[in-house]
Every structure is written in structure tokens, then in C-alpha cells.
Design a protein around this ligand. Structure first.
Ligand SMILES: Cc1ncc(COP(=O)(O)O)c(C=O)c1O
Length: 427
């Protein structure tokens, strides 16, 4: 699958040649570019459209990816759509609301949805979209649904879908894609996004008589980086989402699509641990009135410098992500309190080796007071966005990756060397 807000022609060509399952269209100019390349190659590209649904989720602005004022995707709704339309959308398929307009587009030319036609509120349109509702008896629910569909029909996303669909010779429209952010703990925001995506799918069916087979609801399932955080309970939350998707589509009179997800972080983050060697340890006396993250007054912070940093884990420096660190090479031997915490510990900040004061790996954790140069610190839950995103910031070398089990260890990626960097120097 090829994602990206700025795909090169070479990347698009590679994706088509290699038969990527999907290319995700991220802006209005892409369908023409992808179609031209597919045409030249004599192939048909499978595409989805990334839609910004307007649902905001996830902690930091930089990891929220569905609000309209940003670089990803194409907005679902036209700018300035009124709150009454959003209210209608938010009721779709919600058992608490009466909105159950199952049939607002049953009369689409030549199409046959699996709509629930038993509803008395069924619209009897004799014309194709946009609907003329003046001469027919329609329920309030259907009238509301048509209003929401009208708004969606005027939105940028529908226009791009039409463009893709008009290039059928070169493009196969697989469906629509939404990614609403990261570190999301429960299904509620996914359900809101699903409502909007299903409404778009319904509206496109009403306008173009095509039922898109797939809706991708992206990634964003939270993982627990520290004891204070929770990872998403997939069984419970995806169960809720599945139920909601079924009832939204029932309310819309549409067959449910294939739902796909991108839960990479949830799978790989907990599988990775980064090991650092401790270097300089510096105790800094803090000005009066300084508090720790819990709001307790503190007088000293210990800066523990390690042989890595923002070059192998950019998340804390980029958007203040939290991690924790533990001593990994020895038992520090200290007495513990009732909660298993070391009694003789110090408040530490684990920092990298780069020439940036924001080069922080762990803002705050407790480490044994007898920590010393040469000790190994382990930072858990670093299997995602770590080594794969590592950089040569300050010409630092990228670390190795080893697979380990209880019994065995196996080098998967070797450590980068200075020669690797110098090899790039051609003159
Ligand atoms: C399209 C898309 N899918 C999946 C993800 C992964 O999200 P996460 O790592 O939070 O699960 C991202 C992250 O920005 C994304 O943009």
C-alpha cells in the first residue's frame, strides 16, 4: 500500500509495477497523475481516497491527522458546513436517535442496494441525485439524511471520487480511507469517523451508482508507553466499532463494506526495547519552586546521558511523548517499598548525546541512585517509530537490531559504521 502527501512519479510507478494492493490518493491532483502512469505502463492501479473526516483524535496536534487544516487527505465536507448538518451525521445509526433513513437513494439509476425497503419513510425519487423533495411525501428522517448527503455531495472528497471513477480504464476505485490520529484509547472517535465515511460511501452511491467495496479506518490504537498509560483493548473496542458500522450501514440502507485497519504501532511497539549505555551523569540543583510532572516540589534533577537520543527515537523531542527507563544490566540491590519501587532512587531525565537541549528520551523517571557510567538502560515499547525512523542527526550512527528470545539472540540489522557514511561521499 502506498501512502504519502507528496508521492513522486517514480514511487507511483514502482507501486503500480510491483502490484501494491492500493495507492492512497492524498490530494486532488493525484488521480490524473496516477492514471497517466498506469496508462503508460498498460496497467490498472487500485486506488483509495484519503478523506479528512473532521474528526479530531489523538494527543498532540502533530499526531492528529483528520482535521481539515493540515497536509493530509481531502476534506469530506465543504468549508463552513452548518452545525445542523453535523448533528444529523452524528445521529446516523445511533440507536439513541430516531434517524433510520434507510432508503434515501433507492432510485439511483440502474443500482440495487440492499436497502431495507420495508420502511414507510422510503423516498420515492424519480430523479437521480440531487433530489427534488418538493413533490414527494418524505419522513423527517429521510429529509435530514438527504440534507447531510447534499452537504457531502458538495464537498471536495466527492469531487475527487468522481474524478477517480471517471478514469476507470486506468484506475480501480477500491474505496475510501480515514486516519484520525494516534494513541486513541477507545472506539468512540473511530465510530464518529466511520459515520462520516459511510455517509460519503452512500452519497457516492447515490450520485454515481457505485458501491465502494472497502473502507479503511486507519491506525491509531494506543499502546502504553508508561505505567500511567493504557493500551487499547482491541477485543472490546473493535467489537463496539463492528457493531456501530453494521448499524450505520443498516440506517443508510447500504451493504457493509470490507473494513480494513493499519494497527502497526499496536503490534510492533511493545515488541521492541532499546538499550542504551549510560555516559555522563550530572546532578543539577533546581531553582526554588520547581515541580515534577506530578506537581511535587523538587530540588534536584539528575541528567543521565546515553549513547543515542533523538536520532533513534524522535518522539519525545518532536511532540513530548512519554517513555520510561529501567536499569537492565544488573540488580541494583536496593531495598524496595511496598509497591516494588526502589527506596534509594533519584528523579532522572534521560537525555541523548546530540547538540540539542530538546534531545530528551525520558522526561522523568526514577532510577537507582547508584547508577553509574557504563550501566545499560532499557527503554521499553520502542518497536515502532524507533529504528525504522532513525536518522544520522549530527552524523550519529544508526544502531543495530537484534531479535531475542529467552534462549537465543539473532542479529537482524547490523550497526551502521563510519565507513557506511563515508561511502556516500563521492568527491
Ligand atoms: C495513514 C496512516 N495509517 C496508520 C498510521 C499509524 O498510526 P499509529 O501508529 O498511531 O497506529 C498513520 C500514522 O500517522 C497514518 O498516517
Amino acid at each position: 500500500m502506498l501512502h504519502g502527501n507528496n508521492k513522486s512519479d517514480e514511487e507511483i510507478e514502482l507501486a503500480i509495477k510491483e502490484g501494491f494492493s492500493k495507492i492512497v490518493v492524498d490530494s486532488p491532483d493525484e488521480p490524473a497523475r496516477i492514471a497517466a502512469i498506469a496508462h503508460r505502463l498498460g496497467k490498472r492501479a487500485r486506488v483509495m481516497l484519503r478523506v479528512t473526516s473532521g474528526i479530531h483524535a489523538g494527543g498532540h496536534e502533530y499526531i492528529s491527522t483528520a482535521h481539515e487544516d493540515q497536509k493530509f487527505g481531502v476534506p469530506l465536507l465543504p468549508a463552513g458546513v452548518g452545525p445542523e448538518v453535523l448533528e444529523i451525521i452524528d445521529k446516523l445509526g445511533n440507536p439513541q436517535s430516531a434517524s433510520n433513513a434507510a432508503s434515501a437513494n433507492d432510485a439511483v439509476a440502474g443500482a440495487s442496494p440492499s436497502a431495507d425497503t420495508s420502511s414507510e419513510s422510503k423516498l420515492d425519487y424519480s430523479v437521480k441525485y440531487p433530489y427534488d423533495m418538493s413533490h414527494v411525501k418524505v419522513s423527517d428522517e429521510d429529509r435530514e439524511l438527504a440534507k447531510a448527503m447534499n452537504a457531502v455531495a458538495d464537498g471536495p472528497a466527492l469531487a475527487v471520487l468522481k474524478d477517480i471513477y471517471s478514469r476507470q480504464e486506468d484506475l480501480e476505485l477500491v474505496g475510501i480511507h480515514s486516519h484520525i490520529g494516534s494513541q486513541i484509547h477507545d472506539a468512540s472517535a473511530f465510530i464518529e469517523a466511520a459515520r462520516r465515511m459511510m455517509l460519503l460511501r452512500k452519497t457516492f452511491y447515490a450520485t454515481d451508482a457505485y458501491i465502494m467495496p472497502e473502507v479503511d479506518l486507519g491506525g491509531g490504537y494506543s499502546v502504553a508507553y508508561t505505567d500511567a498509560e493504557d493500551s487499547m483493548d482491541i477485543d472490546v473496542e473493535l467489537g463496539r466499532l463492528a457493531q456501530a458500522v453494521a448499524s450505520i450501514n443498516k440506517a443508510l440502507g447500504m451493504p457493509a463494506p470490507v473494513i480494513s485497519f493499519e494497527p502497526g504501532r499496536w503490534i510492533v511497539a511493545p515488541a521492541g526495547v532499546t538499550l542504551y549505555r549510560v555516559g555522563t551523569i550530572k546532578h543539577v540543583t533546581l531553582p526554588k519552586g520547581t515541580k515534577d510532572e506530578a506537581g511535587n516540589p523538587i530540588s534536584e534533577r539528575t541528567y543521565v546521558s546515553v549513547d543515542g537520543g533523538m536520532s533513534d527515537n524522535i518522539r519525545p523531542a518532536l511532540y513530548g511523548a512519554d517513555y520510561t527507563a529501567v536499569l537492565a544490566n544488573r540488580d541494583c540491590g536496593g531495598a524496595k517499598d511496598g509497591n516494588g519501587n526502589l527506596k534509594d532512587s533519584m528523579l532522572a531525565r534521560v537525555v541523548g548525546m546530540h547538540c540539542e537541549s530538546g534531545d530528551i528520551l525520558v522526561h522523568e523517571c526514577r532510577l537507582p541512585r547508584n547508577l553509574k557510567r557504563g550501566d545499560i538502560l532499557a527503554i521499553p515499547v520502542t518497536g515502532a517509530y524507533g529504528r525504522t525512523m532513525a536518522s544520522n542527526y549530527n552524523q550519529a550512527l544508526i544502531p543495530a537490531v537484534a531479535a531475542v528470545s529467552d534462549q537465543d539472540a539473532h542479529l537482524m540489522l547490523r550497526r551502521q559504521t563510519i565507513d557506511d557514511l563515508l561511502d556516500l561521499d563521492v568527491s
